[in-house]
Design a binder for this molecule. Sequence first.
Ligand SMILES: Cc1ncc(COP(=O)(O)O)c(C=O)c1O
Length: 350
Amino acid sequence: MNFCSDNVTGVAPEILAALAAANAGAAASYGADVITERLTRRFSDLFEREVTVFPVATGTAANALALATLTPSYGVIYGHRDAHFQVDECGAPEFYAGGAKLAMLDGEHGKISAATLERAVFGKGVVHHAQPASVSLTQATEAGTVYKADEIADIAEVCRRHGLALHVDGSRFANAVAALNRSPADLTWRAGVGALSFGATKNGAMAAEAVVFFDPAKAADFAYRRKRGGHLFSKMRFLSAQLEAYLEDELWLKNARHANRAAGRLADGLAAVAGAKLRHPVEANEIFVELPEAVIRGLLSDGFEFHRWPDEASTCIRLVTAFDTDARSVEAFLASARRHGGASRAGRAR
Ligand SMILES: Cc1ncc(COP(=O)(O)O)c(C=O)c1O
């Protein structure tokens, strides 16, 4: 009944079991344990090349520490106006990067384009201007859409021309990979991505994200930044155990496919509700839909939980599905919406 966020979920049983298993006995501290050591191999296999991996406990730390590593204090970080790192991280990227400047770009459905980025980059080599340094894309985006591999490659080409590092906030990377049915490599380094915040918390972990660098040379000072930022966990094995279990037997993709399917079903079902209008294409596990006020109130009075978006005054609501979304809750939500709204004449929410 709760569609507020994929953060309201508990922990996937496989990950809880891995935590319990990691709890046996003593283990070396600060990442020198065997589970953490295994992670590099696991992530390198997953991405089909040698990568450097740093577990942290929050998405904000992953983004801010990665961006700080890629951006000098006098640099500019480009990203979508609605990107989490721009609006929801309380200035963490600027703080960790020692005052770097954020440049907000517009773009439909939560995505920036190569052309918009090209137009925005300016001042390179001019001492009076903050220096273009890095770009961050969110995958899946805050609008519930995904960047296709060729869209990433086009943006990466602009980055290459201007000497910008390309980071991906993959808080919902699993949902994007599941939606696009492309390999993790195709959606990252093969398309020109330099670093990825690989999320796990929203998709079944308790608290674990991995910062992945595709060029180990670029990761040289990350370890010091992580320690200084308070994210070098002494009992690192517990973060690493979550990430290892997350990758095991493709749990990360299985969970994401489940969440995406539930979102697809909600989007299809909302098509039968009079007055429902999707604000963005539903491509991953988030839905933004405008509904008549009576329907929203009816759903709330029936006990469903969700956020109005972007604020309480709105008649657009955000629904987020997750690895544990129950099919019965989805059907109950749709039945409630139909009951309060009546059937759509048009037949499809668009
Ligand atoms: C796209 C995106 N990136 C990063 C984060 C940050 O994660 P955390 O809340 O763990 O810092 C979130 C959290 O909602 C998010 O939605």
